[in-house]
Design a protein around this ligand. Structure first.
Ligand SMILES: Nc1ncnc2c1ncn2[C@@H]1O[C@H](COP(=O)(O)OP(=O)(O)O)[C@@H](O)[C@H]1O
Ligand SMILES: [Mg+2]
Length: 279
């Protein structure tokens, strides 16, 4: 049971003088219960990759299957409810008169038994109090609230695969941790693909990381192996989290740090031990 993208390529405005190759031969696999994180600078092709995986764009070449069903590629058919995409700009996604109607729209459309209950549950999941937010107009929300409501709208449909485009952009620390918690809960049933230019928030929960640059794969691996060196990141033009850079720099200056960590507590211990402090 997996979402499998193979050899995906895409060019915008193909056949015109404005043709822009956006993605070249990119592979991605995520099993249910797993999290894949795609990192890349702005313009590297992350949103294009997600649109292809959701079946919203037809690939120039390559294919996407979800649990064996062809989602994108020659002969693909729409797979209702299997894939949920949260767009990069949430304003584009919200449209109903109330937050409740907006979040319940997907479940209602799919014929789920209790759309409003699913909507309230999803709002709570992203850290928004349903009693406070259900009656609000989506157009009165702050940017961070709108982003979380849009995510709730996708979670409420319980898709088998969740595709999230920069899900923590513009959120404050509380909002970021609410979104991370919601994703951690969703992955118990679903496979999750997160694309972001900001490595900080999601490396800790990733099973696999794929770096892309200029529409092509730059690196791929498990977090532990990719945190061991800054080199692949530098080549791809992607910044490692500061906490990891500090440990790599300390190692460069002679501190004995075998495997950098993303956790501040354990990073502090590693550094303290390296200078002969903590035991
Ligand atoms: N609708 C579009 N028409 C033409 N070019 C586009 C369109 N959307 C994106 N692009 C171009 O495709 C490339 C990849 O864009 P995108 O997938 O949005 O990157 P990212 O999400 O990593 O910032 C960029 O060069 C961008 O300018
Ligand atoms: Mg994007």
């Amino acid at each position: 049971m997996a979402l499998v993208a193979k050899g995906l390529s895409y060019t915008y405005a193909v056949g015109t003088g404005f043709a822009t190759p956006a993605l070249r031969n990119v592979d991605l696999t995520v099993e249910r219960g797993a999290v894949a994180v795609v990192l890349g600078a702005t313009g590297s092709g992350k949103s294009t990759l997600l649109r292809l995986c959701a079946g919203l764009l037809e690939p120039g070449s390559g294919s996407v299957t979800a649990d064996g069903t062809l989602i994108a590629g020659h002969g693909a058919r729409p797979a209702r409810g299997m894939i949920g995409l949260a767009f990069q700009n949430p304003e584009a996604q919200l449209f109903a008169e109330s937050v409740l109607d907006d979040v319940a729209f997907g479940p209602r459309n799919l014929g789920m038994p209790d759309p409003e209950a699913a909507a309230r549950h999803a709002l709570a999941r992203v850290g928004l109090d349903p009693d406070e937010f259900c009656g609000r107009s989506p157009f009165t929300l702050s940017g961070g609230e709108a982003r979380r409501v849009a995510l709730a709208g996708v979670l409420a449909m319980s898709p088998a695969y969740l595709l999230l485009d920069e899900p923590t952009a513009g959120l404050d620390p509380l909002g970021r941790s609410a979104v991370r918690d919601a994703i951690a809960a969703a992955r118990e049933r679903a496979g999750v693909v997160i694309v972001t230019h900001d490595a900080e928030d999601f490396l800790g929960m990733a099973d696999e990381i794929v770096g892309i640059t200029g529409g092509e794969e730059a690196f791929r691996g498990a977090p532990a192996e990719l945190l061991a060196s800054e080199e692949p990141w530098r080549r791809a033009g992607i910044r490692l989290p500061e906490i990891v850079r500090v440990q790599l720099l300390a190692a460069h200056h002679g501190a004995r740090i075998d495997a950098p960590t993303l956790e501040p507590e354990s990073a502090a211990l590693l550094l303290a031990r390296a200078i002969g402090g903590a035991q």
